[in-house]
Design a protein. Structure first.
Length: 354
């Protein structure tokens, strides 16, 4: 008996060490592996439907699904990223040349305020805009310069990007083709009751699909609509503002309104009434309603977490994992809640009298 326990402990130690070593060698390409898993979860239902409908082999349906994923999910992100770098470089150039003078906009806005508003700013210690406008101009220039310099750093890292990109596509093909078998093997290896494993897997899939398919599509839609109205109203750097609005739409209690609302106020205050009214109505009735209309359809009520938990987990995830954290953060939070719920339920059942 003691020898059996020793063998089991040795095997557990060996499995732990080998697993840590395996994760360690995957770390340089963790982003590629992570997104291959995420996209595999999202597009696997499509692959299964294609296989059931057309009766083709798994290789063919997986390749078709991979092509669809590449066209509708991956290539648009690459194109928009390249355009964003270009837009950032142009914005930096305009600020540096003085064509876009942020300081003058602040002075103009201050002059539009009534006397009571200016007095209120003076009492709050914000009446002197000279220092504030310099900081804003400097911050805008630094931010634009950062975006512009990313083009150079992207050029330096082109080889790593290409390698990671093809690793992701390669893994995604096999995850689409053999995903069900891989999941079955992982479930068999996890030492939990079958109902617990089924519940955790269901929660994992729901959160991934809700975060990516739901939250990201809602954010992209709001950002695209915001960029469209900015372009229609001839507001400079519409694409850059669209990306900022899309990012802010991922965060509960923030939203795209923090971008378009001040612009609408500026339009009204500067006498451009129809532009301010159009932007306000479009922001409230179109951009604002996207969340209420699309999110319940794409996400579903049963997969939603409290807004404060989504906000904290998203920001925390992005601070630790970078851009990938907007999925990893909420996913860890959801699994944290699910695991503790399972633990509490199991503990209650054990404590119940027989």
């Amino acid at each position: 008996m003691n020898e059996t326990n020793l063998q089991n402990k040795t095997l557990l130690l060996l499995v732990t060490l080998v697993t840590i070593a395996f994760i360690w060698i995957l770390l340089p390409f963790y982003g590629a592996v992570f997104w291959a898993v995420i996209l595999g979860i999202i597009f696997s239902p499509l692959q299964r439907r294609l296989q059931l409908r057309f009766g083709r082999s798994r290789n063919q349906t997986s390749l078709i699904t991979l092509t669809i994923c590449l066209i509708i999910a991956i290539l648009p992100v690459i194109v928009i990223s390249a355009m964003l770098v270009q837009e950032g470089a142009l914005l930096y150039k305009n600020i540096e040349s003085g064509q876009l003078d942020i300081a003058s906009y602040l002075n103009e806005f201050k002059g539009m305020l009534p006397a009571s508003g200016q007095n209120l700013l003076d009492r709050m210690g914000m009446g002197d805009f000279n220092g504030l406008r310099d900081k804003i101009a400097k911050g805008a220039m630094q931010g634009s310069q950062y975006l512009a310099t990313q083009a150079f750093s992207f050029g330096q890292g082109t080889f790593d990007f290409v390698v990671g990109f093809f690793i992701m596509l390669y893994l995604l093909f096999f995850f689409l083709r053999d995903g069900q078998e891989l999941v079955r093997k992982i479930r068999n290896a996890v030492p939990l009751a079958e109902q617990h494993k089924r519940r955790l897997q269901l929660k994992f899939n729901r959160v991934v699909r809700a975060t990516v398919k739901g939250n990201v599509l809602v954010a992209v839609t709001q950002g695209a609509l915001g960029g469209l109205i900015f372009w229609f109203l001839d507001i400079p750097s519409a694409l850059l503002w669209a990306v900022i609005m899309a990012f802010l739409s991922l965060l509960p209690a923030v939203g795209a309104g923090i971008v378009w609302a001040p612009v609408a106020v500026y339009f009204v205050a500067s006498g451009m009434i129809w532009q301010g009214v159009v932007l306000t109505l479009f922001g409230v009735l179109v951009i604002g309603m996207v969340d209420n209309v699309l999110r319940p359809v794409l996400v579903g009520r049963d997969t939603r977490m409290p807004d404060y938990l989504i906000l904290i987990s998203t920001l925390g995830g992005m601070s630790v994992f970078g851009l990938n954290g907007f999925v990893i953060g909420p996913l860890i939070a959801a699994l944290f809640i699910s695991c503790w719920a399972l633990f509490t339920e199991t503990k209650k059942r054990v404590q119940l009298p027989g």
